[in-house]
Write a protein of this length. Sequence first.
Length: 179
Amino acid sequence: MTGLLSLGWARLLAGAQFPDAAARHVTLGTFGLSGWPEMRSVILRAAHRDAGLLEVHTDVASEKVSEIRDNPHAGLHVWDAAYSLQIRLRGSVRERPRRELPPLWEAVPETSRKVYGGHPYPGYAMASPYDHTDDPQLDRFAVLQFRVEEIELLLIDPDKHKRALYRRVNDFQGQWLAP
């Protein structure tokens, strides 16, 4: 059972390190301010297995930040086709404190900084895609830290599908589930 959990974390760690890894682009699900669920792709920037933490970057003006401030419960989803592995994570999200951001901002490539700033704000209506102006700003940069409370893994195996749920409350010991 620990082998499946190790595989899941290995794929998450690869996503945080390698641009072509399946877990690089994860789906973040939040509770929308309108009451509807909201899902969007985000880039996995860091994974810390020992602490059970994952990190993504975003523009502080994006709706996802307001949604998380309103309700910090969220989910992450990964489909890793190379391993026929589905990773579902449930947990809570917090913004890293502003004082911790300058060194992380410095590590963001210049070409990527343009998505953290600009006008109009993310999600606002525009007449044309050319109506948006880039204006990279540290003040608009946010790092969201996802604290994993549950990780559910489904390994699609031609011989026998394997599914297990691991919870922080029991030190991620795991429980097999019917696939």
